[in-house]
Design a protein around this ligand. Sequence first.
Ligand code: FAD
Length: 472
Amino acid sequence: MTQRTLVIGGGLAGLLAARRHQRAGRQVVLLEAGRSVGGAIAATTVADVALNAGAEAYSTGSGAVDALVTELGLAGRVQSPREGLGSRVVSDAGAHRAPGASLLGIPSRPLAADARAVLGWPGALRASLERFLPSGYGARPGATVAEVVRDRLGPKVLERLVAPVVGGVHSADPATLEFAAASPQLTTGLAEHGSLTAAVKRLRGGSTASAGTRVHSLSPTMAALPEALAAQILADGGVLRTGVEAASTAHSNSDSDSDSSWTVRTTGDETLQADHLVLACPPDTARGLLLEAVPEIAAAIPQAPSAAVRLVALVLDAPALDAFASGTGALVAPGTTGIRAKALTHASAKWEHVQRLAREALPSAESPHVVRLSYGRPGEELPERGSLVDLALTDASRILGVEVGREHLLDACVIDWDRAMRQSLPGHRAALDALGGLLETLPPARTLELVGSWRAGTGIDAIVRADAASPA
Ligand SMILES: Cc1cc2nc3c(=O)[nH]c(=O)nc-3n(C[C@H](O)[C@H](O)[C@H](O)COP(=O)(O)OP(=O)(O)OC[C@H]3O[C@@H](n4cnc5c(N)ncnc54)[C@H](O)[C@@H]3O)c2cc1C
C-alpha cells in the first residue's frame, strides 16, 4: 500500500520535505496555516511594483540554491546584484563601506584600509593580534557571539562590524546568540585554522568581494521559488491545503515501523492520518504539537525565541537617489545616534530587475526607487505602525545621506514578521545534536521528521542544504 506523509507547515523547509517524500513514492498532504505557501519567502505589491515581503536573496556560497532553481526551471529568472556598489556599515563612527572578505562581519584582513576605516587604528591592531591567540581562547562550547568576538578580536569588531550583521541579518543580539549556531562554518574553521581571521580567509577562498555580493535573487520576486516547488508537488499528485492549522498530533504506539501511524487534528476539528509526519513549523509550535504524542521528543526541542521584525517598503520618486550613494544598502550598529532602523536595502540600486520593474510599473515617475528598512532588535519595542513611514523616511535620509520626505513618497507598506526569525540561545547546537539522537532511537523513529530554519540554520541556503542531506 502507498505510504502517506503529512507535512505541517508550507514554508521552504516544508515544501522541500514534501517533494522529498513524494520522490520516495509516498502520497503527500501538506497543511499550511497561512493563506499561501512560502512562509518567510513572500511577495507584496507597493505602488504597483512587485516586491519581496520577506527574504530577498539567497547565498550562492554552496551552490545548493542555484542548483535547485535550475532544476525547477527558474535559471532564466536568476538575478545578480549590480556590480561594484558594495554595502555600508553605519555606526557612531560614521558610514563606511563594509569590509570585503568578511563573514558574520568578521574581517579576514583587519589591517586592510576598508576594515581600518571602520575600526580605527587601535581597533584594527587589536583585531590583528587574534592570529597569535590559541584557537580555544574565548571559544568554549556554548559561548555567545559577543563572548567569542570580544575575547578574540576586541570590542570594536564586535560593536561596529559583527553586531550590525547579527542584528540586521539574524535579528539577534550577539550577547545571547550562540556562536556555534550563528556560524557552524566559523566554529569548525576556528578549530581547523587556528584563528577566526584565517578561517574567514579560507572560507571566502581569497575573494575580497563583500559578503553581500555573493547572493542571487529571482525575478520578479523570491516567491517564484516556493511557487515553483508548489507547482511541482501538485503536478506529481501531492495535496497542498492552505488556511489549515494543525492543533495536535497522536501516535499509535506500535513497535513495528510498518504499522506506524500518526493522527493530526486541525483547529477546524478535522482528523487526518499518515504513516510519516513532518513538522516544518516553528519550534514552539512543533513542541506543542508533539507534547502528548511523544513527550520526550517535545521536551528535547530547543526553544529559540522569536524576534519580531517590522519592515517598511518605500517606493519613492527621487532622482537624488540615482547616484546610489550608499551602495546596495547599510547595516546599522545598535545604539547609533539618531537612527532606529537596523538595516536598509536600496533594492533598486542592488537589483537592476527591481529598478526595471519599478520603471515599467510607474512610467510617469521621474526616477522611481525602492528602499526597504527593517526594525526590531531583540529586547527592543517595535516602533508604532502609525508613525513608521515618517520614521523610515527620516532614517532613510540619514543612512542614505540624501533628504527623502513625504513629497518623494509614491507609496509605502508595513510588513510584520512576528514568528519567522529565531534566536539560537547558548546550548542550541548541543540541544539539536541530542534531539537528532532521540529522533533516531525513540519509537516513532524514521516516521517523524522535524525541519525548518531553527534546525538547519537561518536562511534559504541552509534549509536547501539540510534537505539535500536528509534521508528520503
Ligand atoms: C523579513 C525576513 C527576511 C529574510 N531575508 C532573508 C534573505 O534575504 N535571505 C535568506 O536566505 N533568508 C532570509 N530570511 C530567512 C529565511 O526566509 C527563513 O530562514 C526561511 O524562509 C524559513 O523557512 P521555514 O520553512 O523554516 O519557516 P517559515 O518560512 O517560517 O515557514 C513555516 C510555515 O509553517 C506554518 N505553520 C506554523 N504553524 C503551523 C500549524 N500549526 N499548522 C500549519 N502550518 C503552520 C507557517 O504559517 C509558515 O508558513 C528572512 C526572513 C525574514 C523573516
